[in-house]
Design a protein around this ligand. Structure first.
Ligand code: HEM
Ligand code: HEM
Ligand SMILES: *[C@@H]1O[C@H](CO)[C@@H](O)[C@H](O)[C@H]1NC(C)=O
Ligand SMILES: *[C@@H]1O[C@H](CO)[C@@H](O)[C@H](O)[C@H]1NC(C)=O
Ligand SMILES: *[C@@H]1O[C@H](CO)[C@@H](O)[C@H](O)[C@H]1NC(C)=O
Length: 409
């Protein structure tokens, strides 16, 4: 019996480890399931198209970025000089590539290239001081050129944009902005807004090799938010409701409660894992939210691992342990819900649908809780003593004791 009890614990603990590991790695599956056919080509010989120093990039590795519609080559030398060639279909009025500190447009500097109807091409630096035409300033910005002049070449149906920049420090993992416009810049240099834009991430530090993250921060934010709302905002609170108000359904409540909590915790881990990636990508300073998120994770982890260190049911300490288990669970739920509000509050983006969805869910949860609490008190379905001394793992204990009895007799 001692053996079967501890092997039961071991099984549950392995299950816990397994879902934690899978949960933390699931985001990679989501992130890399994102593929499309490249329309910009990486295997053209730049020597026949571009003058030096850009022609030398031919031999270097090249990557498809932004839904594979653009190709991007670079070389960074030991003097922090970076040479870049970007090419894409020549059917946009302008193509812009920007260097951003945190992945957002405001505050960054961009190179914008275009081709006039008469075939004359141009390239210019813009300082993106705001998201309004009047705040996008031509011939201004933080990018420092070397003696090599930027060039724009239309070749076949592709437009090649090449430039060389001197940075103060070597580039490492760098957010790169890309945007395309549908109208040419005006005579005074002011730029009409893009019709499409994205942020991508380039690893400049790994020598000639390039990796870009296929998932934009916007997608990551969406998946993080959705999984957080489902995991911490819906499934785990529902599991707690089952434990509190459906205890009279012996013994199913226990199985429903623990499986629902396992599922909720799993989705919650996926959310935290995506949150971590998002945090790194955005370089976000969102300390309260991050701290609350990890706190919720630790508390919920304690709940799921409740079988570790639990005193036996006849021990006096068991009562205190049950009390702690209950309050840790409630606190985790409240902090998880709170952190959803904090998460939404920190986001400037315009994802109203998710907020409204969560608002409805939250009101539904509160209403259900009040309804069930009132009903419980009125009908007194469950004796008060049962609430105060929750029979945690009662079902397993029961089967174990009966097993014990059998093996004794
Ligand atoms: C006159 C020029 C520009 C205007 C008026 C403008 C305006 C805006 C606005 C209003 C947004 C918010 C999202 C949306 O409504 O679509 C935005 C986002 C964005 N823009 Fe621009 N933009 C301009 C030029 C550029 C350029 C030259 C680049 C880069 C090459 C760029 C890159 C981005 C990126 C990556 C985003 C999404 C990330 C973020 O929201 O910070 N924009 N822009
Ligand atoms: C209980 C855990 C968590 C919950 C319930 C939660 C919830 C949320 C929600 C609802 C959003 C808004 C999403 C949107 O509007 O699309 C958000 C944003 C965000 N979360 Fe979390 N989150 C949690 C944990 C974490 C952790 C652990 C981290 C980082 C280590 C993190 C990093 C972020 C970041 C960087 C944003 C975006 C902020 C911005 O765009 O400015 N989250 N979170
Ligand atoms: C953009 O700036 C112009 C003035 O240059 C102003 O009239 C307009 O309201 C601004 N638009 C936004 C969305 O702020
Ligand atoms: C290049 O950047 C590094 C830091 O990344 C700096 O220590 C070094 O002095 C820079 N070199 C030049 C030539 O600017
Ligand atoms: C521009 O945005 C649309 C969605 O609005 C998308 O389908 C399309 O692929 C985007 N174009 C580029 C060049 O990424």
């Amino acid at each position: 019996m001692a053996l079967s009890y501890s092997s039961n614990k071991l099984l549950l603990f392995s299950l816990f480890c397994f879902i934690s590991i899978v949960g933390f790695n699931l985001k990679a599956v989501i992130a890399y399931s994102n593929t499309a056919n490249p329309s910009a080509t990486c295997n053209t010989n730049l020597r026949t198209i571009l003058p030096p120093p850009y022609s030398d990039l031919s031999s270097l590795s090249c990557s498809h970025i932004w839904q594979q519609k653009f190709s991007f080559s670079f070389y960074q030398d030991g003097q922090n000089v970076t040479t870049i060639v970007l090419s894409g279909k020549n059917n946009h009025q302008w193509i812009g590539i920007g260097f951003s500190r945190n992945g957002s447009m405001v505050g960054s500097s961009a190179m914008v290239a275009w081709v006039e109807p008469n075939g004359v091409s141009g390239i210019r630096q813009y300082h993106l001081e705001g998201k309004n035409m009047s705040k996008v300033i031509p011939d201004k910005g933080d990018l420092k050129f070397t003696t090599a002049r930027p060039v724009v070449v239309a070749h076949g149906d592709l437009l090649y944009i090449a430039f060389q920049l001197q940075f103060a420090a070597s580039l490492a993992f760098q957010p790169i902005l890309l945007a395309i416009g549908s109208a040419n810049p005006y005579k005074n240099g002011s730029l009409p807004k893009h019709i499409n834009s994205t942020t991508t991430f380039i690893e400049f530090s790994s020598g000639h090799h390039l990796t870009s993250h296929p998932m934009s921060p916007d997608d990551l934010r969406k998946y993080h938010g959705v999984t957080a709302v489902i995991g911490w905002g819906t499934v785990t609170p529902a599991g707690l409701l089952v434990a509190r108000y459906f205890r009279h359904l012996e013994p199913s409540w226990y199985y429903i409660h623990s499986s629902v909590q396992f599922v909720g915790f799993f989705i919650g881990i996926v959310s935290i894992s995506i949150g971590r990636t998002l945090y790194q990508k955005l370089g976000a300073v969102f300390v309260a939210h991050k701290f609350l998120g990890y706190t919720v994770f630790c508390l919920a982890g304690l709940e799921v691992c409740q079988f570790i260190g639990r005193p036996s049911s006849d021990s006096k300490r068991r009562q205190y342990w049950n009390f702690a288990h209950y309050w840790v669970g409630r606190i985790a739920m409240v902090l998880g819900l709170l952190n959803i509000f904090v998460g939404f509050h920190g986001v400037v983006a315009h994802d109203r649908l998710m907020r409204i969805g969560f608002g409805i869910l939250f009101v539904a949860l509160l209403t259900t809780m009040i309804f069930l609490e009132v009903r419980r008190r009125r009908e007194n379905l469950i004796p008060e003593t049962m609430i105060d001394q929750p029979p945690v793992f009662q079902v397993i204990d029961k089967s174990l004791t009966t097993g014990h009895r059998k093996s004794v007799s």
